[in-house]
Design a protein around this ligand. Structure first.
Ligand SMILES: [Fe+2]
Ligand SMILES: [Fe+2]
Length: 213
């Protein structure tokens, strides 16, 4: 009982630590580097502002991913997939750092709404994990699918000359597709169309607000 209580406190502190690190600028370090050189000089002010806005959306998506995985880790059992999910969560830290750095280079700022989205995603992740691992993994897969759609859409909008942003988004796309695949392979529930449609609506609300704020 005593040990159990300590482990609950440990998990709470670890979650709290992660939330602070996610929401504090420069608090994380990427394990992988982006090789492409900056070619910002070829972008005009309007392009830079637009790309910074798109990267702000992607950064908030990564804040949500951190929260989702933390919420999931707190409540889901994940007996056979905890390691794979942890690996995915670690890759999300790279994405978070890459997006944050790129926004800074483009002269933009991360979204002021991040604490709100972190709280929301953490709650959804914890709730899905409390229902079952199947629902939790299914939710991860459905979310990653949404993220992939955003990334593909954003890649179409980034000029070829902006090699650095393109490399970040291309690397993220490969990782997110793998995360969705792992979650489904681990037994994730295939969400029905109406649930996916409501997730699309929610993500539209997220992108419309964070592009600006
Ligand atoms: Fe990610
Ligand atoms: Fe992911």
């Amino acid at each position: 009982m005593r040990q159990r209580r300590f482990s609950v406190i440990d998990e709470f502190l670890s979650s709290f630590d992660n939330s602070l690190k996610t929401l504090t600028k420069g608090a994380n370090q990427a394990a992988r580097e982006i090789a492409a050189e900056r070619t910002d000089s070829q972008l005009d002010a309007k392009q830079s502002k637009h790309i910074a806005g798109l990267m702000r959306i992607n950064h908030t998506g990564e804040v949500c991913a951190q929260a989702l995985y933390q919420g999931q880790a707190l409540t889901a059992k994940l007996e056979t997939t905890r390691e794979a999910m942890q690996q995915a969560a670690n890759e999300e830290i790279d994405h978070l750092v890459w997006c944050e750095q790129r926004i800074k280079e483009l002269g933009g700022h991360t979204s002021h709404l991040n604490p709100l989205f972190y709280g929301l995603s953490f709650s959804i992740g914890a709730l899905a994990g409390a229902i079952s691992d199947k629902v939790s993994l299914g939710f991860v897969a459905a979310t990653e699918d949404q993220v992939c759609k955003h990334l593909q859409d954003h890649l179409e909008q980034i000029p070829e000359s902006d090699k650095k942003t393109r490399e970040i988004l291309e690397k993220m796309l490969i990782d997110e597709q793998a995360h969705a695949h792992i979650a489904m392979q681990a037994g994730g529930l295939a969400f029905p169309g109406p649930i996916k449609a409501s997730m699309t609506l929610l993500s539209k609300a997220m992108t419309a607000t964070t592009y600006r704020i």
